[in-house]
Ligand binder design. Structure first.
Ligand SMILES: Cc1cc2nc3c(=O)[nH]c(=O)nc-3n(C[C@H](O)[C@H](O)[C@H](O)COP(=O)(O)OP(=O)(O)OC[C@H]3O[C@@H](n4cnc5c(N)ncnc54)[C@H](O)[C@@H]3O)c2cc1C
Ligand code: SF4
Length: 463
């Protein structure tokens, strides 16, 4: 029986070697491995994996095509619901989505849906149809702000419908967090991200970088003077949070966003670039999400002894299970149930340590996770020369503050309809992290696609 086959392991770089380089950790499946793994799927009548996928990819259908060796058809099936399979196959939290609900996981190991999606996406990048037909233009222009997953997904769907789409991106390179946040060793830039962006531009989407909407140009100017019939805001949540503890402004304290942007976007890890990055000898990364794991593993690759400090226990770590596992294999040290209360500096204003307290878990809070409570009298110091804060991010207020009538909530996120992305301003739609706060690639992509549909309806109804 198909489900008697054990899950096919995926080949990875040796941890001792990979912690000295920035090459991709996971090699992915080859054709034989992918087909063997795909043959484990039971093709359930009511596939729980599909219900658990935020964009309802037709999982058993694409897997069936992998078994049959029809990889182009598998790619076509995934493309109906996802425009970034090579990215999502690598970074989606499958253990809490599709794979977490796979029926095979009840008594054994779920089908490796993420690795199969990645295999199909990569196959398609290498062998798929390169001649994309540019759709005939319908005469309407739409502006997209931000080139992360939400903006790219929205732009490509609109272009396929015949709209003339232009993406305005603040940074000098497109891709959003895929380019500046998630490191090369998890998501290769030229092999994967650039190719996904190329697919969008092949549809006729123009990307203008180095344009900060709200400074270089405003949304109202785009709509009133430049002829855009609608605008989609996919500007993400790039504003880092800090703890507000004493010593946080010492030299050597940085946000994970800044640290990762220097390393990824500005290639500080590559000797051919002269981007400065200060890593020190001992680095403590405060936080427990994907961003914290990326920062700590980057610090280790840059030569530091690297620690994660998290105020809850390992069971509550919000990072993907695979990232935590990889971090441990790479020698990252975990200080759980620990919280910093002060950054200690030397007489020249540089970090020399962290004052911490021990925590214990109390009753569940609003997030459903047990809340951390300080253990009285548990203060202790640890030595370090760099502290990286990875405590979450919120949307930059620039766009809301320069666009009259654009409503935000108390967390600074844009208020938009869940289904359509419609904001409080006519003709302006939004989706992704700028609406939800920091979330996931797949949710941002889904929001961008739903907004594209709503923008099309809005423009058609206005004609
Ligand atoms: C380090 C890190 C690791 C992550 N790991 C994972 C993971 O493993 N799995 C997962 O699913 N998710 C992960 N995430 C979260 C995921 O990347 C985001 O949820 C997703 O990228 C959000 O997409 P978005 O399109 O809303 O915004 P973003 O990807 O943030 O893109 C927004 C873009 O808008 C641009 N922009 C902002 N303001 C303006 C302006 N005024 N004018 C013009 N352009 C502007 C920004 O420069 C940026 O390029 C991670 C995030 C980070 C930071
Ligand atoms: S739940 Fe698992 S076995 Fe069933 S269709 Fe989905 S991937 Fe296949």
């Amino acid at each position: 029986m198909a489900n008697k086959i054990p899950r096919v392991p995926v080949r990875e770089q040796d941890p001792k070697v990979r912690v000295t380089n920035f090459e991709e950790v996971c090699y992915g499946y080859n054709i034989e491995e992918a087909q063997l793994e795909a043959s484990r799927c039971l093709d359930c009548k009511k596939p729980r994996c599909v219900t658990a996928c935020p964009v309802s990819i037709q999982i058993p259908q694409f897997i069936e095509q992998v078994v049959a060796g029809n990889f182009a058809e598998a790619a076509r099936i995934i493309a109906q619901d996802s425009s970034l399979p090579s990215v999502c196959g690598r970074v989606c939290p499958q253990e809490s989505q599709c794979e977490g609900s796979c029926v095979l996981g009840v008594k054994g190991e779920p089908v490796a849906i993420g690795k199969l999606e990645r295999f199909v996406g990569d196959w398609n990048i290498e062998h798929g149809d390169k001649d994309v037909q540019k759709p005939a233009l319908n005469g309407y222009k739409v502006a997209v702000i931000g080139s992360g997953p939400s903006g790219l997904a929205c732009a490509s769907d609109l272009a396929k419908m015949g709209y003339q789409v232009k993406i305005f991106e603040a940074l000098h390179k497109a891709g959003g967090v895929l380019e500046y946040g998630i490191p090369e060793f998890r998501l290769p830039k030229s092999k994967i991200v650039a190719k996904e962006i190329e697919n969008v531009t092949k549809l006729g989407v123009e990307i203008e970088t180095d344009v900060i909407v709200g400074r270089t140009v405003t949304i109202d100017e785009l709509m009133d003077n430049e002829g855009y019939s609608a605008v989609f805001i996919g500007s993400g949540a790039g504003l880092p949070r800090f703890m507000g503890i004493p010593g946080e402004n010492l030299n050597g304290v940085v946000s994970a966003n800044e640290f990762l942007t220097r390393a990824n976007l500005m290639k500080a890890y590559d000797e051919e670039y002269d981007t400065p990055i200060y890593v020190g000898k001992r680095v403590v990364v405060v936080g427990g999400g994907n961003v914290a794991m990326d920062a700590v593993r980057t610090a280790a690759r840059l030569g530091a002894e690297a620690f994660i400090m998290y105020r809850r226990s390992e069971a509550e770590l919000p990072a993907r299970v695979e990232e935590v596992h990889h971090a441990k294999e790479e020698g990252i040290q975990f200080r759980m149930l620990t919280n910093p209360v002060e950054v200690i500096g030397d007489d020249k204003g540089w970090v020399k340590g962290l004052r911490c307290v021990k925590m214990e878990l109390g009753e569940p809070d609003a997030s459903g996770r047990r809340s951390p409570i300080e253990v009285p009298g548990s203060e202790f110091d640890i030595e370090c020369d760099v502290v990286i804060m990875a405590l979450g991010t919120s949307p930059n207020p620039l766009i809301a503050s320069t666009t009259e009538g654009l409503e935000t909530n108390r967390k600074g996120c844009l208020v938009a309809n869940d289904e359509t992305g419609q904001t409080s301003r006519e003709g302006i739609f939004a989706g992704g992290d700028t609406v939800t706060g920091a979330a996931t690639v797949i949710l941002a992509m889904g929001a961008g696609r739903r907004a594209a549909k709503a923008i099309d309806e809005y423009i058609k109804n206005k004609k």
